[in-house]
Design a protein around this ligand. Structure first.
Ligand SMILES: O=C[C@H](O)COP(=O)(O)O
Length: 252
């Protein structure tokens, strides 16, 4: 973690959460004291059906609300899709784009991820742009080049430390309980910093780089101490307030 970058711990609820889950959000928000919030930014990215309710519950509280995906267009004939403007209107301040589950389930390639990030900015949202290699790509020694390629293809020109966050999520670590070694995370995050700094100068130096993939309270401190890890993108553990607060505490 860099001493000059305020970390971000973002939860991604994925396709989980009914209105009854607002209690989880409230328990998380209750645990994020003013002191904690001064040291770490906290966000819950929930399903679109909950965005408005989460944002309402978040009024006057320190836990930000984000979406999980957006369409590239402002509106129109795109049945079932949600625009960045709709998320912003519902109270979101950020949106995840390019999550590997979108890349796999919906065939989203770098070009569309880039367009979604631009759509997020157009609506005034922070784009949380996800990259990460598959197990096969890691085993064949291509993790660094795959991630660099995804960064080049998915991060639009004009990215700044304010409008963008990058999340490195090795696909094989998501929801599996497996995590890369600290050395492997350091290698990828170091490469991401090099690529982003070369392309965006000072903005790339200070852009937040999150690690995601089986982050738990038990491994959060180790991951937090890796150079160029500026927070976490948390799936399963963000659905339980105690676990998520345990992770946040490691970044404070
Ligand atoms: O966006 C979050 C990631 O996909 C990580 O999920 P996980 O913490 O359940 O492994």
């Amino acid at each position: 973690m860099s001493k000059t970058i305020k970390p971000l711990v973002a939860g991604n609820w994925k396709m989980n959460g009914l209105r009854s889950h607002l209690d989880v959000y409230s328990a998380i928000a209750d645990g994020v004291t003013a002191n904690l919030a001064s040291k770490v930014d906290v966000m819950i990215c929930g399903p679109a059906t909950l965005t408005y309710a989460l944002a309402q519950a978040g009024k006057g509280r320190a836990v930000l609300v984000g979406g999980e995906d957006c369409h590239t267009a402002v509106g129109g004939a795109h049945t079932g899709d949600v625009s960045a403007e709709m998320l912003a209107d519902a109270g979101a301040t950020a949106v995840i784009v390019g999550h590997s589950e979108r890349r796999t389930d919906h065939g989203e390639a770098d070009e569309i991820v880039k367009a979604k990030a631009e759509a997020a900015w157009r609506a005034g949202l922070i784009a949380i742009i996800c990259v990460g290699e598959t197990e096969t790509e890691r085993k064949s020694g291509n993790a660094v080049s795959v991630v660099s390629g995804q960064l080049a293809g998915s991060v639009p020109d004009g990215a700044t430390a304010q409008n963008s966050v990058i999340a490195y999520e090795p696909v094989w670590a998501i929801g599996t309980g497996l995590t890369p070694t600290a050395v492997d995370v350091e290698e990828i995050h170091g490469e991401m910093r090099k690529v982003l700094s070369a392309r965006f100068d000072a903005e790339g130096d200070s852009m937040r780089l999150l690690y995601g993939g089986s982050v738990k309270p038990a491994n959060a401190s180790e991951l937090m101490n890796v150079a160029n890890v500026d927070g976490a993108l948390v799936g399963g553990a963000s659905l339980k307030a105690a676990d998520f607060l345990g992770i946040i505490a490691a970044y404070a």
